[in-house]
Design a protein around this ligand. Structure first.
Ligand SMILES: [Fe+2]
Length: 309
């Protein structure tokens, strides 16, 4: 079967007359998009039709299963609002988010290898406060303080000053601020790299948390025996002029969830970082007094690909 074929696989045992009826319908629907003025839209709709029909024919989808699918999508729509995005979760747990990222972020290996991208997730917000270099993103979110530092460079090794660095993460209980009921902003901020490309901030040592699993996506994961838990991580989005925007996370070396499996397939080896535990009383990099609290530190050197790559 060629890439452009519309013939369904897995139709063994189906009479040739039946296959012809099914095939005729696929071709009629594909042809219905022929007059689309936008060639890209035409390509997307015709390919979607081809693959959707292929799926239906391959699994011999029952009418009851079709109804269940419609009910599932309806429930996903009903639970979605400006804070909860069930369709992103669905895309994430199907690996569709990571596949889209892979397609759009081919590796760039020059003097320095561009930092790998990973899944965006549903918890970014546009309104995170600005903090100075060395500032604290916690905003009252509970968790172990964690000093994060690094540089932003391009793939030629030049420092990137004034890169906008958005960071966001869950608290110790596994919740993002948008999941709080009181509207507080916590565990997120943005800052800018200095003239040498350096940045640093206080965050929280990441802990594992489940993706929201009280909706249809959670029910699906349960039905197939999959865990909703994500490997511990800290989100980054880094933007700078003439460079490709990087959406990524860093993961915690030694987190058992990395071996068990990240529920959205986001882990890449290059993004697993050492988070060094510092006993209570260890002097902090900026002289901050953490009293009797243990803390952690990590380093994440970011390399941005050229915008056209
Ligand atoms: Fe996350």
């Amino acid at each position: 079967m060629t890439e452009t074929s519309t013939t369904a696989s897995g139709t063994g045992g189906i009479s040739s007359e039946q296959q012809a009826v099914e095939q005729q319908l696929v071709e009629t629907v594909i042809a219905s998009f022929d007059k689309a003025e936008d060639p890209r839209l035409k390509q997307l709709m015709q390919s979607l039709t081809k693959h959707l029909h292929n799926f239906i024919r391959e699994v011999r989808l029952t009418e009851d299963e079709w109804n269940k699918g419609i009910e599932f999508l309806t429930a996903a729509g009903h639970i979605t609002d400006d804070k909860r995005q069930e369709f992103i979760l669905l895309s994430d747990v199907l690996g569709a988010s990571m596949q889209t990222i892979a397609v759009n972020n081919e590796a760039v290996k020059q003097t320095l290898d561009a930092t790998e991208a990973t899944v965006f997730g549903p918890f970014f917000t546009e309104d995170a406060p600005e903090i100075p270099i060395g500032g604290d993103i916690a905003g009252g979110a509970a968790g172990q303080p964690c000093w994060v530092e690094g540089t932003v460079k391009d793939t030629s090794g030049n420092p990137v000053p004034n890169a906008r660095i958005e960071v966001w993460e869950a608290d110790d209980d596994g919740f993002y601020d948008v999941q709080y009921t009181d509207g507080r902003v916590a565990g997120r901020a943005h800052l800018y790299s200095d003239e040498d490309g350096h940045y640093s901030f206080w965050g929280l040592t990441p802990t594992p948390y489940p993706i929201p699993h009280d909706g249809p996506v959670g029910k699906m994961l349960e039905a197939v025996g999959r865990s909703p838990v994500r490997a511990s991580h800290l989100h980054f989005m880094v933007t700078a002029q003439n460079l490709r925007t990087l959406v990524t996370h860093i993961f915690v070396e030694g987190d058992p969830q990395i071996e068990i499996g990240d529920s959205v397939f986001g882990v890449k080896d290059s993004l697993i970082k050492t988070f060094d535990q510092q006993p209570a009383g260890t002097p902090t990099p900026d002289g901050r007094d953490l009293a009797a609290q243990a803390w952690a530190r990590t380093r994440f050197d970011i390399v941005l690909a050229p915008a056209e790559a």
